[in-house]
Design a protein around this ligand. Structure first.
Ligand code: NAD
Length: 497
């Protein structure tokens, strides 16, 4: 376990290049979920006045940032990417301490931030528009991307470096300034990231806990990018709709892995274990439903239960740990309530309880990796996002039933199918209704140069990462230059707009 820290530092909000106290003068604590006696730091509880100051600072910085050529903005972004790479280990360790995921996964989280920074810095020299032939002689026609203005970025705790970078890098490279509201469970990670953003030279500003609602409601915000749960996303969309603001929402998931009767079961077991129990089941892309062909159900479950029984719970900083704690007491209570439901309505194949009774785990939010069998597609366990280490197993007679079950939730973020048939694989690529589809791999492992996001209630159609990321933070301007030197009648008589 981590040594208990006696005096935790207090951090301000970062506004206009300065660390400042919140107007209300209140702070809150962030603690280590593996040992809640370890206080990571104290952070500012913020409100509308702090948000207004942040937005003003972003507005003041906007004209110069917007006017800077994109390849120059890219130089700052390359510098930031290099800084992030240089500080990767320190950030990863602090992340594990603050939100619990094991160190290897925390390193992967920072790496995603590095990757998107390099990718988006490259966009500074691309950001292509179209140059097309005009309908008229002696006329030039083209389209360019323009920034929207002040971008409000609201992020969750489960990827405290990657997700903010996935949003801020495309926002900044396209010439927007950023006001960032990080999650209240990971303000320490936010401070570390902001220090590096400021060192690189970015116009980023941000306020802490309590600032989210005021931020998205502020009329001076031009675009909102939010990742979090579906209920919060819906509220934000309503607020944005009233002001006709662009809003990009990346929301919850209820992701499935389907295993066909011709699949390599050992391969499937590894994919299922890390998709379901990696990051303690707290990834938006985590697998929480296993859809198994009835012919391989028993051998698959036998191997899976054996493998899960050997996972080691503990502090994520210990290299022997496979599964860390849940992020906070509320997450532990929520997971426990679903385990109770599993006990009363289904069959618990392994796990099912808090692990706080085990030696060394008594001060953390630990929960046993849990597999529940006998679940049907429309049962609550198979429909609701738990965001904890509980995997529900659904048995199906054939491919068609597997696809129907996989698609039968309000969500559509990530989906996977294991098979040794090329034909079945291609059918699944077509039939699975999810923004991310994996064949013979688990539901996790997205790469930053491809679009990331969900269908149905997992989002509102926007995508992060890849070239698609620019679409959220830019709008198109069509430009016509008539160099004929005369009024061209066709322009008045025949044109629609
Ligand atoms: P959450 O919705 O509770 O909080 C997300 C952020 O929104 C936090 O910073 C929070 O303080 C802020 N917030 C809360 N209420 C707000 C309001 N009314 N207005 C503005 N901001 C508000 O989500 P969480 O518990 O932090 O994160 C877990 C959820 O995020 C899960 O549902 C998970 O699936 C989802 N998630 C989705 C993706 C994706 O890309 N689709 C990625 C990671 C996490």
């Amino acid at each position: 376990m981590t040594d208990v820290v006696a005096v935790a530092p207090t951090w301000g909000n970062f506004i206009g290049g300065e660390w400042v106290e919140a107007v209300g003068g209140r702070t809150f604590e962030s603690v280590n979920p593996a040992d809640t006696r370890d206080v990571v730091g104290r952070f500012q509880a913020s409100g509308p006045a702090d948000v207004a100051m942040s937005i003003r600072a972003a507005d003041v910085a906007l004209p110069a940032w917007r006017a800077m050529p994109a390849p120059k903005r890219a130089e700052i972004m390359f510098r930031f990417a290099a800084l992030l790479a240089q500080h990767k280990e320190r950030l990863a360790r602090e992340m594990t301490r603050e939100m619990g995921k094991v160190l290897a996964e925390a390193r992967g989280d920072v790496q995603e931030g590095i990757d998107i920074a390099f990718l988006m810095a490259g966009e500074g020299r691309r950001m292509f528009g179209d140059t097309v032939p005009s309908e008229l002689p002696d006329k030039w026609a083209m389209s360019v991307r323009e920034p929207l203005g002040v971008a409000a970025i609201v992020t969750p705790w489960n990827f405290p470096i990657a997700i903010p970078c996935w949003k801020m890098m495309p926002a900044l490279i396209s010439g927007n300034t950023v006001v960032w509201k990080p999650a209240s469970d990971t303000p320490g990670c936010a401070v570390l990231l902001v220090e590096l953003l400021a060192e690189a030279g970015f116009p980023v500003t941000g306020a802490g806990e309590g600032a989210g609602a005021a931020l998205v409601a502020n009329p001076d915000v031009d675009v909102i990018s939010f990742t979090g749960n579906t209920a919060t996303g819906r509220r934000i969309a309503e607020v944005a709709a009233a002001r006709l603001k662009r809003v990009s929402l990346e929301l919850g998931g209820k992701n499935a892995i389907a295993v066909m009767d011709d699949a390599d079961l050992d391969l499937a077991v590894e994919g299922i274990v890390w998709s379901a129990f990696g990051t303690t089941g707290q990834r938006c892309t985590a697998c929480s439903r296993l859809i198994a062909h009835e012919r391989i159900l028993e051998p698959l479950l036998e191997r899976l239960v054996d493998r899960v029984g050997r996972l080691r719970l503990g502090d994520g900083l210990d290299p022997a740990t496979d599964v860390g704690p849940l992020v906070n007491a509320a997450a532990l209570a929520k997971t426990s309530s679903y385990a109770e439901l599993a006990r009363t309505e289904h069959t618990v194949a392994c796990g099912g309880g808090s692990a706080a009774g085990r030696p060394g785990l008594e001060h953390g939010h630990f929960f046993e990796p849990t597999i529940v069998r006998g679940v049907r597609p429309m049962d609550r366990l198979a429909q609701e996002e738990i965001f904890g280490p509980i995997l529900s197993v659904i048995s199906v007679p054939d491919y068609e039933a597997a696809i129907t079950a996989a698609n039968q939730t309000p969500y559509g973020l990530s989906a996977s199918l294991y098979t040794s048939s090329v034909g079945t694989a291609f059918r699944a690529m077509r039939d699975l209704r999810a923004g991310l589809v994996y064949i013979n791999a688990g539901t996790i492992g997205a790469e930053t140069h491809l679009p990331f996001g969900g269908m149905k209630q997992s989002g509102n159609g926007h995508r992060e990462a890849g070239h698609a990321a620019l679409d959220t933070f830019t709008e198109w301007k069509a430009i016509y230059v008539d160099y004929s030197g005369r009024l061209q009648r066709a322009q008045i008589d025949n044109q629609p707009g």
